[in-house]
Design a protein around this ligand. Structure first.
Ligand SMILES: [Zn+2]
Ligand SMILES: [Zn+2]
Length: 253
């Protein structure tokens, strides 16, 4: 039955909600974004195939991949995804991978390190890379992508990404310490997937709960879900009063 929501679709499925350590036995950072015209894999941790198949996502359905930054827990699943497309679920249609500058060389270096002996001379599908420039929007199918550089790395670029489709908006923090720009970026978005790796002890360049908690009233997003959860965070999820991600959670923005 037609509704006022017809034509609007921005669905997010949590496929992997852990930090780099698979804390609590959860897969690495991997999310699925579905719009009217595209199925997008957002980050691609080394456990990507496990994460996709546990949620019965057909690997062939993925139209393109967006990588927030080139830490292993966010992009080291790409060789396994490519392996899937070469051998297990042969792909003929193009695959597009969007990510920070240098993405193409890093992915191929990783591929050659992991499977030097079985990469075919030519792929049966076109593998195309697009470098995302901070604060320069990109549009693929009906998905508008707005990347913002976050202070998670110095040499390499780490991105938070805002996705827009059909008038709905998702903000994905990627990995980042707290950055006041998240307040503006999150204003009015339907969903903010915000990393919160640590609980009350600082852990690298990441957000910790005790930093985030007093800032919550300033986050004017419709729904906040914490992701990239470390061991201590996972242990405290039930008592926070804020939603924590777990695999299989599907959110209709
Ligand atoms: Zn990470
Ligand atoms: Zn990282």
């Amino acid at each position: 039955m037609p509704t006022s929501q017809e034509g609007v679709k921005l669905d997010v499925t949590i496929l992997g909600s852990s930090d780099a350590f698979c804390s609590g036995g959860h897969p690495h950072a991997t999310y699925l974004v579905e719009t009217r015209q595209a199925i997008v894999l957002v980050d691609c941790g080394p456990t990507v195939l496990l994460a996709l198949k546990r949620q019965a996502v057909d690997t062939a359905s993925i139209d393109f991949v967006v990588i927030s930054h080139m830490h292993g827990d966010h992009f080291a699943g790409l060789p396994f995804l490519l392996l899937e497309y070469i051998w297990e679920r042969p792909r003929t249609r193009p695959l597009l991978v969007l990510g920070p500058r240098g993405i193409r060389d890093r992915v191929w270096a990783l591929m050659h390190a992991l499977y030097p002996d079985i990469i075919p001379d030519t792929l049966a599908f076109t593998l195309e890379f697009i470098e995302l420039e901070p604060e320069r929007p990109a549009t693929i199918a009906d998905v508008e992508i707005y990347p913002v550089r976050v202070p998670h790395q110095d040499e390499d670029v780490s991105l938070a990404v805002r996705f827009m489709a059909g008038g709905k908006q998702l903000l994905y923090s990627g990995d980042s310490p707290w950055d006041d720009r998240f307040i503006n970026l999150a204003r009015g978005v339907d969903l903010f997937l915000c990393e919160c790796t640590a609980y009350d002890e600082p852990m690298g360049r990441h957000i910790q709960w005790t930093t985030l908690k007093p800032l919550l009233p300033r986050l004017e997003c419709r729904r906040l879900v914490l992701i990239h959860l470390g061991r201590e965070m996972r242990a405290h999820c039930a008592e926070l009063g804020v939603e924590c991600a777990t695999e299989g959670l599907k959110i209709r923005c």
